[in-house]
Write a protein that binds this ligand. Structure first.
Ligand code: ATP
Length: 332
């Protein structure tokens, strides 16, 4: 039995969380799910977007499944990443038949450094000028490179790691990132290459099927992963993991989508595919092949349901969030 903390979040979050329970109840992966209060709603109710009790409940669970939160996202997920040292943000983008992506042979993973770069909030207002500090360390660059190489090796196949940076302009910071990645990759059986971020953004549209594993810094990874998920089938299909060495939080790439909240039209695939990543992570961590297999089964059920023509509105169908979750439960 695994104890899972689930943040219901804001906007479409609660609808995704309800839908996930329908499918996860049927999955039979031994998940005991407890709701945890965090986000805009928690801020209104308790004065804190991440109350101490919620942080503790997340910390003491085996893994966390997190729906998107709204305006307080920085106080929730950025804080959780920092406090729990969840340094690897892993964002797979796989073509989904029937979801309207650019091509049907995209299968890549973006491995984004999650703790530093321009996202540490180290900004200075100098009055009429503002400075943001871009922080890159060798230690953080090496550990994200190790995770990217491990993922490339686990995936097998092409085993290609593309290190994305802009060291021709940011010579010192990205120079350090690129050389740390190259150093680490030399110790793995992978094909290592470097690409400037502008070229990568172009190639993700021009030939997305080329990429296998992309490793990059925090902000470039944030932007490129929205692009790659759109190219592969849209934000509604895009899962992500925030992994540390002993804990992980799984959440969709997208935000709270307030424009469609309460309409019952959100696509819960991103959340269900995040849950599938969580089952595989729990299985890998605990040597529990049955839990990993449950993750594979859930992913097949989600993808198979979409491919069979049962879809939500964002990808051309007419099912509600709950209707889609029930179709996935039937497929399971
Ligand atoms: P953030 O900055 O927190 O990432 P955002 O305001 O940029 O959030 P998102 O919430 O990520 O935007 O989503 C952008 C748009 O994509 C939404 O307004 C919504 O229309 C659509 N969208 C996102 N997620 C889904 C989903 N699961 N199902 C259907 N449509 C979605």
């Amino acid at each position: 039995m695994y104890h899972i903390s689930m943040v219901r979040g804001d906007g479409i979050g609660p609808e995704l969380a309800d839908a996930a329970r329908i499918a996860l109840d049927r999955l039979g992966a031994g998940l005991e799910i407890t709701d945890v209060d965090a986000g805009d709603g928690a801020l209104k109710r308790t004065g804190s977007a991440l109350p101490a009790g919620s942080l503790e409940a997340i910390r003491s669970s085996d893994a966390c499944l997190k729906a998107p939160v709204g305006e307080s996202a920085a106080d929730v997920i950025v804080e959780l990443r920092r406090r729990l040292d969840l340094y690897a943000n892993i964002r797979p983008a796989r073509s989904q038949p029937g979801a309207g992506g650019l091509r049907d042979d995209i299968d890549l993973v973006i491995v984004r450094e999650n703790t530093e770069d321009l996202y540490t909030g180290a900004e200075i207002d100098l009055g009429g000028a503002a400075v943001a500090l871009r922080i890159v360390t060798e230690a953080a660059s090496e550990r994200i490179a190790r995770r990217a190489c491990e993922i490339a090796a686990e995936r097998g196949g092409r085993r290609r790691v593309t290190c994305v940076h802009k060291s021709n302009v940011m010579r010192i910071s990205d120079g350090m990132f690129a050389s740390a990645c190259a150093r680490v990759a030399a110790g793995y059986d992978v094909e290592f290459e470097e690409m400037y971020v502008d070229a990568c953004a172009m190639n993700l549209v021009r030939r997305p099927e080329y990429f296998d594993v992309i490793v990059t810094t925090n902000m470039f990874g944030d932007i490129l992963s929205d692009e790659s998920s759109q190219v592969a089938g849209g934000l509604g299909m895009a899962p992500a993991a925030n992994e540390g060495d002993s804990f992980a939080i799984f959440e969709p790439v997208h935000g709270a989508a307030f424009d469609i909240a309460g309409t019952g039209s959100a696509n819960p695939s991103s959340f269900l595919l995040s849950a599938a990543m969580m089952c595989r992570w729990l299985g890998r961590r605990g040597g529990d092949a049955a839990c990993s297999a449950a993750g594979d089964r859930l992913e097949r059920a989600v993808r198979g349901t979409v491919a069979s023509g049962k879809r939500t509105r964002d990808i051309g169908g007419d099912l509600s969030t709950e209707g889609f979750a029930r179709a996935v439960a039937d497929a399971l």
